[in-house]
Design a protein around this ligand. Sequence first.
Ligand code: CA
Length: 459
Amino acid sequence: MWLQVLYLCLSCLTLCQSQAQLRASLNRSNDQAGRCHYTFTVASPVESSCSGSSMKPEMDGVLSRLTLLEALVSRLIAGVDGDVGTRAGENGEEGLQKAYSQVTGERNQLQQDKEHLNKQVQELQRRLDELSEEAESLRQKPCQQTHTSQHENRPASDPAYDSGNASYQEMKAEVTEVPASQLIPEVNHNFTGCGELQSVGDPVLHRKADSITGKYGVWLQDPEPLGTLYTNKTVWRIDTVGKDVRQLFAYDDMEQFSKGFPMKVLVLPESVESTGAAVYRGSLYYQRRRSRTLIRYDLASETLASRLDLPHAGFHGQHPYSWGGYTDIDLAVDEQGLWAIYSTSKAKGAIVISQLDPESLEVKKSWETNIRKNTVANAFMVCGRLYTVASYTAPDTTINFVYDTATNAGRAVAVPFKNKYRYNSMVDYNHAQRKLYAWDNFHMVTYDVRLGRASHGSS
Ligand code: CA
C-alpha cells in the first residue's frame, strides 16, 4: 500500500514541475536601434504554488513522510507477522494441550468401559457355567432316581417331574419284562455283509473336548460321500451345548480331528437341536431347533437343500431318550439309507422308525415298535434293524433291544456295551467304517462292531 502512496506523491511532483515550466517563458524582440532583446519571464512566488523555492521542502516533507510510512509499514508487517506467529504458536500449543487432555480423557473413559465390559463378560461366563452345570445335574436326576428307586430327593414342588418319573418307571418295567434273546449267532469273523449285531468292542478314544461346550455333541464321518471336496475320511463335529448351535467343524481326517485342527467351520442356516444329526451322501441332516422340521444341508455348496416337517413327531422334550437333552428326533444312516427314530402322540411315546427319502426328506415308510423311547439311552440302525442302548451312564450296559423293519418284529437282546466315561449323549452307526460313533462325556469314541447271520430267518 505504501508503494501506491509513493507513486501518487511522485506523480504530483512531476505534474507541479510541468506546470512551473508552462509559467516561465523566453521572449525575443528588436528595439528601435535594431538590437536584439531577450526577455526571460518567471511567475511570481506568490502567484505560483510550485515555485522553485517551495519545491525542495515539500519534496523533503514527502520523502520524510514516505520514510515514516515505510518504517510504519515495515513495523506493521513485522509486528503483524510476529504477532500472528506468536499467537499461532500460543494457540497451537494451547490447542495441542487441549486435544491431548481430551484424548487422554477419552482413553481413560474407554479403559473404564472396557474393564466394566470385561467384568460383565466374566459374570455372564460364570452364570453360563453355573446354568450348564445345573442343566446337567437336572438331566442326570431322573436316571439316578430310576436306578436307585429312591424318591426322597425328588423335588416335591415339581409335579411334572414326579409324573414323568413315574411313567419312566412303568416303561422301564415293560422293557425288562421282555424275555432274553433266543439268538444263536453263527459267528463268522470274516463276515462283511449285512447281518445282526453280534458284539460291540471297547470304546477307542479319538478326541477329548477341552471346553464346557464339548460336554455333549455329535461327530460323524460320511459313509457314502459325493464329489471330491469331502471324503469318507473327513470328520464332522458339532458341539451341541448352547441355545443357538450353528457351527459345523470339518476336519481333514481322523488325525487332524484328534489333534483338534479343523480345516473349516461351516455356519448352518438354522440352529441344531440336540445330538441326532447324520451325515450321508454329501449332506448333513439335522433337526431344526424347537421344531419337528428336518433340514438337509448340502456340505459342498453350503446351502440349505431341503427342509420338511417330520409328521406328528414329538420334539423339544416330548419324547426324548432317557438322557433327555431334547433327543426327540434321532437321525440314523445304515446300509439301507436314511432313517428317523422318534415318537408321536399317537404312538404314545413308543419308538417310531421312518425311512426317509434322502433328497426330499419325505417319509417313505414307517414302523411303530413297542419300546418306549424314554426308557432307552440311545438308538442306531444297522442293516435295517433298530438297536437300543439300555443306559447312558452305566459303565457296563447292554444293547437291549432290536427291531427288524424287514419282519416288523422286535425282541430283547443283551449285547454288552460300555459307557466308559459314564455320560453317553450320542451313538450312531457308520456302515462304511463298520463302527459305532459316540460322544461320551467330552470323549469322542468309536466302537468296532461285529455282524453275523441270525439263526431265525430274519434277513
Ligand atoms: Ca443315535
